[in-house]
Ligand binder design. Structure first.
Ligand code: ADP
Ligand code: MG
Length: 349
């Protein structure tokens, strides 16, 4: 929201496509031993011995998935990587490489693309993944960024959405609803800014939820934790679209039902206070908000002692048979059928 009028602007046409790629690629180092050839040839070359390879890809489109008026480009680059790594971890795999493809209009100077890649690089360093390729093209309108993530997992250790069994525990990492509420705060401040550009946003008291929106993290630590605890989930999925829709995906793939307990859903105090402020129900936000990038998993009852004291994992319900359906058990002990009102990218609000 705060524009620096003295920013240097180097026109992308000065570098050309290959100049730009060279310029962006030169600051990236390779650290994974599975990376044989990274950027610079016709294709990347990777070697994974006997492990299985997992691959996942996502698009982020300006105006659909992000708004550059409050999303700094560096954060966008970071988030574009994170959302893909999250999918790799949801397979119980270790993320090892990414490719990044961008379509940019000439409204972006080199310095903007450098910012975007600074975010990509931060994520690569923090999560120890190599940038091994991508594609660069022009766009007539907005910015499009697509990331493909590659990972490895020991054969048989991968976890699918389809393995949940009746009586398994439904477990979630971290807490939910923050990213959605962070977006609400940012949208509100944007409106205030439009009316009075001199009005600097007051975001104290919202730092956690804004960070959840602008700088989400993928739960690499949970994959490590599960390994240390010697727990292999029976099924797993990452929470990108809201708890409700992810639970339904998992139940459908596993052909099971579930009882989810409203009073068990982990919420940060800032989520509770901000949802009150916005007159929203915090359970609805956790169920439908999206973009939390936590992991939802099912584990067998016998593994419960291994996870029960862990502050990063919360048991929120259990799996039932398919005929019972998927339900939310409310604080008032009412059973409500879960619906897939998760965040829908085809909805224009
Ligand atoms: P080609 O014409 O064969 O597609 P490119 O000139 O597009 O080759 O790419 C040359 C090298 O640069 C390849 O290794 C490619 O993966 C990499 N590359 C291209 N664009 C990007 C980008 N935006 N980010 C990272 N690597 C890129
Ligand atoms: Mg190319």
């Amino acid at each position: 929201m705060i524009e620096d009028k003295n920013q240097q602007r180097t026109d992308l046409s000065q570098l050309g496509e290959f100049g730009l790629i060279d310029h962006l690629a030169k600051s990236f180092e390779v650290t994974q031993k599975s990376t044989i050839m990274a950027i610079g040839d016709d294709a990347a070359v990777l070697e994974f011995d006997k492990d299985r390879v997992v691959v996942s890809t996502d698009f982020l489109v300006e105006g659909v998935h992000f708004d550059l008026s409050y999303m700094p480009l560096k954060h966008l680059g970071y988030k574009a990587v994170i959302v893909n790594l999250s999918d790799i971890y949801a397979m119980n795999a270790e993320a090892t490489q990414i490719t990044v493809s961008i379509a940019v209009s000439n409204r972006f100077p080199l310095e903007a693309i450098e910012e975007l890649y600074a975010g990509v690089q931060t994520a690569c360093k923090l999560y120890d993944v190599d940038l091994v390729g991508g594609d660069t093209t022009s766009s007539t309108s907005g910015l499009i960024i697509s990331v493909t993530a590659i990972g490895q997992v020991k054969t048989g250790k991968e976890v699918y959405r389809s393995g949940a069994k009746p009586n398994d525990l439904l477990v979630v990492s971290g807490d939910l609803g923050g990213a959605y509420l962070g977006l609400q705060v940012l949208e509100r401040e944007k409106e205030v800014f439009k009316v009075n550009p001199n009005n600097q946003p007051d975001l104290d008291g919202y730092t956690y939820i804004i960070e959840r929106q602008l700088k989400p993290e993928a739960r690499k630590d949970i994959i490590k934790l599960l390994e240390d605890l010697e727990v292999k989930p029976t099924a797993m999925i990452d929470i990108s679209d809201g708890l409700s829709s992810e639970i339904l995906h998992l139940c459908k793939a596993s052909k099971v039902g579930c009882d989810l307990y409203e009073n068990k859903i982990p919420l940060d105090p800032q989520v509770i206070s901000t949802s009150e402020e916005f007159n929203m129900d915090s359970t609805t936000i956790a169920l439908s908000g999206g973009e939390d990038y936590e992991l939802l998993m099912t584990i067998s009852q016998e593994d419960f002692p291994k996870i029960k004291a862990n502050p990063h994992l919360t048991v929120i319900g259990y799996i039932t048979d398919e005929a019972s359906g998927a339900h939310l058990v409310t604080r008032g002990d009412q059973k409500i059928q879960l619906t897939a009102q998760g965040w829908n990218s085809f909805e224009t609000n």
